[in-house]
Design a protein around this ligand. Sequence first.
Ligand code: PMV
Length: 353
Amino acid sequence: MSKVFQATASAPVNIACIKYWGKRDTKLILPTNSSLSVTLSQDHLRSTTTSRADPSFAEDTLWLNGKLDEIKPGGRLATCISEMKRLRKELEDANPNAEKFSHWRVHICSHNNFPTAAGLASSASGFAALVYSLAKLYQLPASPKELSLIARQGSGSACRSLLGGFVAWREGAAADGSDSFAEQIASEADWPAMHALVCVVSDDKKDTSSTAGMQRTVETSALFSQRLTVVPERMRAITKAIQNRDFDTFAAITMKDSNQFHAVALDTDPPIFYMNDVSRAIITVVTEYNRVALEKCGKRKAAYTFDAGPNAVIYAPRENMKEIIELIVSYFPQESFNDPFQLFKSAAVQGRR
Ligand code: PMV
């Protein structure tokens, strides 16, 4: 029997505090603005991917959550797979002793331990795990930063899931995308008190994919260009806040950026509604909680943020989490939610790879 190669890798989701929304190059997935996120713990929301290369395989094949998924020629999956094969080929060409299997077909099996495409960043963890498992399969010496250049071409936000802690994705300026990668600005150990609470308002698949939504925003929203003028200063200020462990500033910027992203989505034609009434009620509860905290001690105690879906992520220092969980549960008792509402599924903490 001939030799086969196989590797497994997991990657966690990341939730942006400064949102990526808009592409300047749709093929290379180059963003219109830099973004910044927190990578959550692998213990909670993660994708696990096994890749196998075998000379007997007839074609590259992917199973996602147990179901056969299409690998469209020239599509994002195919691009990531062929980029990884190209790196393996380079390694084989440079090293005569390396085993030659870059031309073999691969079978890839990926599984998410949470709802897929429901605005919980499944494409981020999915493409990061895919690229990382292929890097292991092909025994590539590539750094997470280098791999982020490839994961970015699968799903933009995936480039940030290759690193743990607090991660910035620089928009870059090069036409070939070579300077549009993710880098860690602080590790989870630099701010261990930072925790995240994931409130699953709905695990339905979202109506408007982020790819379709972004394109429509770029083409139709007048507010969008205004957003691009404020992001650079937000990036600078939130990076400083993270480095100083200044939660109040971190929270103020995170909530403003989430609100602006959803305002831009609403300004899109036709409008995109990612949040629902429950999402907005969560905003009201967190705002009131912060109003009381600001009155008492002059600082905010929690920050909400929403991606392309109704689910809330609440960032807060660990010491406030018990109070926040009790507050959320008291306003949104699980019984009051009909299926598919299931608020408050998991409390994920800061990330590691
Ligand atoms: O990487 P995509 O195409 O799934 O887009 C992600 C967009 C947001 O989640 C809304 C924002 C972000 O920066 O993660």
